[in-house]
Design a protein around this ligand. Structure first.
Ligand code: CDP
Length: 233
C-alpha cells in the first residue's frame, strides 16, 4: 500500500489563541514533528535579557546581531509532558521562556530582521522533509509558503486571556487578568504591524475559531482538513 504523503502543516494566529495546543495534538495524532516557533523567539529573548541586550525596554539591535551566532536553540522531547522542551545553549529553559518577563519582551525581539532570518532558516531546516506541524505567526506566509495545509486559529479575546491566565497559574505564576490582557494586546499590536513578516491571515489559510470548540472538536476538524489536503497533494 502506498504510504500517505507526509505533508507540511502551518498553524498561525494571534497570541494565546490555542495554536500550540491544536498543533501539538495534531502532530501527536499524525505521528508528525511539532515545532513551536514562538519558543525559539522566546529563547532568543531570554538570552538577550540575560546578556543585558535590552536596555530600558529597548533591544540593542546592533549588539544582538553580533551575539546571534552564540545562540544555539534545540528541542528535546520530554516524556513527562509529552512535548518538546526548548534548550538554550544546552540548558533546558522551557519553564523560563514562558514567564511574564520574557512575554513582555519577546515581540520586540521578534521585530529584528536578523533574528527572524536566523530562526526562519533553522525552522526551514527542521521542516525540510515534511511530516511537520509548526505554529507561529509567519509560518504560512514566510517559513513554509508552500505548505499543503495552512490553518489560522482564532478565539475570542476574553477566552484567550482566561486560557493564558490559567496556563500561567498552573506554572505557579499569579497574575491578574488585566496584566494578561495588556500583554496579549501589546503583542498582537507589535506582531501585526511590524515591518518584517507581520502576522497576517494568508489567502489560502483555513480559519479555525476555537472559542466554542473543545480540544477534541478542534482536533477532529483539523484532522478532516489534513485528510483533504493530503488527498489534494
Ligand atoms: O504562545 P503565545 O501565543 O503567547 O506566543 P508564542 O507563539 O510563544 O510567540 C511569542 C512571540 O514570538 C509572539 O508574540 C511573536 O512576537 C513572536 N513570534 C513571531 O514573531 N513569529 C513566530 N513564527 C512565532 C512567534
Amino acid at each position: 500500500m502506498l504510504q500517505e504523503k507526509r505533508i507540511t502543516i502551518a498553524v498561525d494566529g494571534y497570541s494565546s489563541c490555542g495554536k500550540s495546543t491544536l498543533a501539538k495534538a495534531l502532530a501527536k495524532s499524525l505521528g508528525y514533528v511539532f515545532i513551536d516557533s514562538g519558543a525559539m523567539y522566546r529563547g532568543v529573548t531570554l538570552y538577550c535579557m540575560r546578556q543585558q541586550l535590552i536596555q530600558h525596554s529597548k533591544p540593542q539591535v546592533d549588539l544582538i546581531e553580533k551575539e546571534l551566532h552564540n545562540i544555539r536553540l534545540t528541542f528535546e522531547f520530554n516524556e513527562a509532558s509529552a512535548s518538546s522542551d526548548l534548550f538554550l545553549n544546552g540548558e533546558n529553559v522551557e519553564k523560563l521562556i514562558r514567564m511574564p518577563d520574557v512575554a513582555a519582551n519577546v515581540s520586540k525581539i521578534a521585530t529584528i530582521k536578523s533574528v527572524r532570518h536566523k530562526l526562519v532558516e533553522e525552522q526551514r531546516a527542521i521542516g525540510q522533509d515534511g511530516g511537520i506541524v509548526m505554529d507561529g505567526r509567519d509560518i504560512g506566509s514566510v517559513v513554509f509558503p508552500d505548505a499543503e495545509l495552512k490553518l489560522f486559529v482564532t478565539a475570542a479575546p476574553e477566552i484567550r486571556a482566561q486560557r493564558r491566565k490559567k496556563e500561567l497559574e498552573e506554572k505557579g505564576v499569579i497574575i491578574s487578568l488585566d496584566e494578561v490582557i495588556a500583554n496579549l494586546m501589546e503583542r498582537d499590536m507589535i506582531d501585526s504591524t511590524r515591518a518584517e513578516s507581520p502576522l497576517i491571515q494568508v489567502e489560502d489559510a483555513i480559519v479555525i475559531d476555537t472559542t466554542e470548540l473543545t480540544r477534541e472538536e478542534q482536533l477532529l476538524k483539523a484532522l478532516e482538513l489534513v485528510e483533504a489536503a493530503a488527498c489534494r497533494s
